[in-house]
Design a protein around this ligand. Structure first.
Ligand code: PLP
Length: 458
């Protein structure tokens, strides 16, 4: 795509205006110039982003784990343009609706695993998470158990940064200085196989972590717990793929205590892990499922919560208004674009492609274990992480002040490749599902070089 080039003066003025007027999400407030790379992108195609200087980057993160079908898809622009021309927006409140909304809800009911058949729409993942928690509480009020209000999540879960989602998020860095957080959120340990310390003889890591989650429910009193919310693979918390036997046991625990299971598929949905949805890997069905990102491949903001027919029936028993919703719950243009996006995923068999190229990515990353500081390599489909450690034997982490993963990230950027450093010195990758085999290899080769270079600089 042709993009008007900017002069060096225009670019430096834009950087200055950016610093002056834009409070960036998760920005680095007050970082001295030069410490944080400033990249301003102007266009993208496939898995490649190009910045205002005309420099190209292989986007190993699909921006924020979301541009699943890659950049520069004219079909999506056309779907949005057609809807913008016929009906850009109309309300979905009360008895109002529109064609893209009903069509997308119907399509999602076909795609959604298990009995998830009814969708509430929102714009972002955090809004959808808050919605799921509110639905869980309402559900129990309507079923005559009003004391069931607690939401149990796990440390290292990321559910977004509205007040409710911040509280469910299990990363304390997002709590600090925003207190008081709303009550009613409890955290179990992250189901991290790499960091598991064997305890009870013969017990698997999956059982140990599931038991720890059950203990949180028991300590709170099961009669106070409304729901467990969990990412099938923890993303921002470190790309943690749980043990095989973890989620089936979590499902059993929820059933045993009558607790709803909310699956947060914001990252893992729509093919990211090589299945349509993350929990499909373990044959586990949720009662509510939160989705966002991949539903539109990020081309427009759209998210939602799917609920089972049974949950929906309970909500309907209220026989009154559902006192929850957003102006953009079911934005028609976003819904029309999502329908086209889902068709691309299907037509191009991107779910199978994610499994296949994910296998190639993981196999390549495993080779990085030749570097002494690579402690763990993990992934599922086109979602992968490499954990760097100071001591491989003891799994001791680096001093966070050293910013080891961050150094790798900066060196990788220098080579024109984007990955993401996460807390705990994990390097995350989540490229577009359309990435080519050659681009996967370039991602791995670049990491190989940059990890090697950082290792020698420590
Ligand atoms: C698993 C998960 N849930 C929820 C969210 C929050 O989504 P949003 O940033 O759209 O609010 C994210 C964002 O990265 C996420 O990864």
């Amino acid at each position: 795509m042709e993009v008007e080039p900017l002069t060096p003066e225009e670019i430096s003025s834009l950087y200055e205006l950016d610093q002056t007027h834009w409070l960036h999400p998760q920005g680095d407030l007050g970082a001295p110039p030069g410490v944080v790379p400033q990249l301003m992108f102007s266009h993208g195609q496939g898995a490649t982003l190009t910045d205002v200087h005309g420099r190209s980057y292989l986007d190993g993160m699909a921006s924020l784990w979301n541009v699943n079908v890659g950049y520069g898809r004219p079909e999506l622009a056309q779907a949005a343009a057609a809807q913008l021309t016929s009906l850009p927006f109309s309300s979905a409140y009360g008895g109002f609706g529109h064609l893209p909304g009903v069509r997308l809800a119907t399509r999602l009911a076909e795609l959604g695993p298990g009995d998830l058949e009814v969708t509430f729409f929102a714009s972002g993942g955090a809004e959808a998470n808050d919605t799921a928690y509110k639905i869980a509480r309402l559900y129990w009020k309507l079923r005559g158990e009003p004391e069931r209000v607690n939401i149990v999540s796990r440390l290292r879960d990321y559910h977004g940064l509205t007040m409710g989602a911040t509280s469910a998020t299990g990363l304390p860095v997002f709590w600090k200085n925003f207190e008081p957080l709303p009550p009613g959120f409890l955290h179990a340990p992250a189901p991290d196989p790499y960091r598991h310390q064997a305890g009870t003889a013969g017990e698997t890591a999956g059982t140990a972590y599931a038991r720890a989650l059950e203990q949180v429910i028991l300590d709170a009193g099961p009669e106070t717990v409304a729901a467990v919310v969990a990412e099938p693979v923890q993303g921002a918390g470190g790309v943690i793929v749980p043990p095989q036997d973890y989620f089936p046991q979590v499902r059993q625990i929820c059933d045993r205590h009558g607790v709803l299971l909310i699956s947060d598929e914001v990252i893992t949905g729509f093919g990211r892990t090589g299945r349509w949805f993350g929990l499909d890997h373990w044959g586990v069905k949720a009662d509510l499922m939160v989705f966002a990102k991949g539903v539109t491949s990020g081309y427009l903001p759209l998210s939602g919560v799917m609920v089972t027919r049974q949950v929906h029936e309970t909500l309907k028993s209220q026989r009154g208004p559902f006192a929850h919703g957003f102006t953009y719950s079911g934005h028609p243009t976003a819904c029309a674009l999502a329908l086209r996006n889902l068709q691309i995923i299907e037509d191009e068999d991107l779910v199978a492609r994610s499994a296949e190229l994910g296998g190639r990515l993981l196999a390549g990353l495993q080779e990085l274990r030749r570097h002494e500081l690579v402690g763990d390599v993990r992934g599922l489909g086109l979602l992968a992480g490499v954990e760097l450690v100071r001591d491989r034997e003891s799994k001791e982490s680096f001093d966070p002040a050293l910013g080891v993963a961050r150094r790798v990230w900066l060196a990788t950027l220098e080579e024109g490749v984007i990955v993401r450093p996460l807390p705990g010195d994990v390097i995350a990758m989540s490229p577009p599902l359309t990435i080519s085999a050659e681009e996967v290899d370039r991602l791995v080769d670049t990491l190989d070089r940059t990890i090697g270079a950082v290792a020698t600089s420590l």
